[in-house]
Design a protein around this ligand. Structure first.
Ligand code: SF4
Length: 319
């Protein structure tokens, strides 16, 4: 097959749009969608100036999604004086898993205009995921513990760097899975939270200054296109699965989505379009009822509804 735009050999057929694309036009198409998302999410407001730039903290795991995101941001905004780019990698303390990803992350940022920071659960909490999983004090899935600690590290570093927004590499498949999971679980408050935390344009967020808003500029790009971009643009990225990745519900939803997309191309896009509208209603409803976390952790000062946040509780339990 030939590329619809230039006649060179196509490397990708996007069934949802009917487009055949060569390497160059696939890359341009991904970059265009990322830039469009950044504009529609208001990530670079008119008030940003070289004297008072915005700081974007990028969660860089070293996997293909965050690597592609970091590459595109560095390429597009690396020389823009209105934007400061900081990439943060977090080592969870999982033997044989994260080391190679962090090597890839270091290689990626070595020749790009991005400040790079590396930390880990060991350095931050004196904890390692391997030990937590072995002790399993709260009888939870590994990812639940990992989520508590990662949220804490990201929020803490975002405050430390005075970041305006935390950007992550979630792609269209990730987001459509999350949307379907929330719908299947009937979790309306989770939908509202999802919308407030990362789907709404920055200018519409109802933040109180304690939570750093999230953004997912790759959320219109299917995973297969991100993977192809990484391969064709020769982006350093490490592809391996965490040994604790055992979220069976997400796995079931992923398989279902793949099947639906195969039979009905465009399903992921239409799920997200309808979901965003529903999640926006849920968010408006929630805002009229309450205003989010009401206090801060008595131990570390992180925003929380309880006296002590979950990360401090976990640390205390393990001690
Ligand atoms: Fe942590 Fe789960 Fe991701 Fe592994 S799969 S890094 S345990 S969140």
């Amino acid at each position: 097959m030939e590329c619809d735009r230039c006649g060179r050999p196509a490397v990708h057929y996007a069934a949802y749009s009917g487009a055949h694309l060569c390497e160059t036009h696939l890359q341009q198409s991904v970059e265009r969608r990322v830039r469009r998302r950044i504009r529609s999410d208001d990530l670079l407001p008119a008030e940003a100036t070289p004297e008072d730039p915005v700081t974007w903290l990028i969660g860089l795991s070293g996997g293909k999604d965050s690597a592609v995101l970091t590459h595109i941001l560095a390429d597009t905004f690396g020389e823009d004086p209105r934007v400061e780019l900081v990439a943060l990698s977090v080592h969870e303390g999982i033997e044989g898993y994260r080391d190679e990803s962090l090597d890839a992350a270091e290689e990626l940022v070595a020749d790009r205009p991005v400040r790079y920071v590396e930390t880990g659960y060991e350095a931050e909490f004196d904890l390692q995921m391997d030990n937590i999983v072995e002790e399993d004090p709260w009888d939870m899935a590994p990812c639940a513990y990992c989520g508590v600690l990662r949220r804490d590290v990201l929020a803490d570093r975002a405050r430390q760097f005075d970041a305006d927004v935390l950007l992550t590499g979630h792609n269209l498949d990730d987001e459509a899975e999350t949307a379907l999971m929330n719908i299947f679980e009937g979790d309306v408050s989770q939908m509202a939270q999802h919308y407030d935390a990362s789907l709404a344009p920055l200018s519409e967020r109802n933040g109180d200054g304690t939570f750093v808003p999230r953004a997912k500029p790759l959320r219109e790009v299917p995973e297969s296109e991100v993977a192809l971009y990484a391969r064709t643009a020769d982006i350093p990225a490490h592809i391996s699965e965490c040994p604790y990745a055992s979220d069976s519900f997400r796995g079931t939803v992923r398989d279902l989505l793949l099947e639906l997309e195969e039979d009905h191309p465009g399903t992921r896009h239409s799920i997200m379009a309808g979901y965003e509208e529903t999640a926006q209603f849920a968010s408006q409803n929630r805002r009229s009822e309450d205003s989010g976390p009401s206090g801060t952790c008595e131990n570390c000062g992180a925003p929380t509804d309880r006296g002590t946040c979950r990360a401090c509780e976990l640390r205390a339990t393990l001690e």
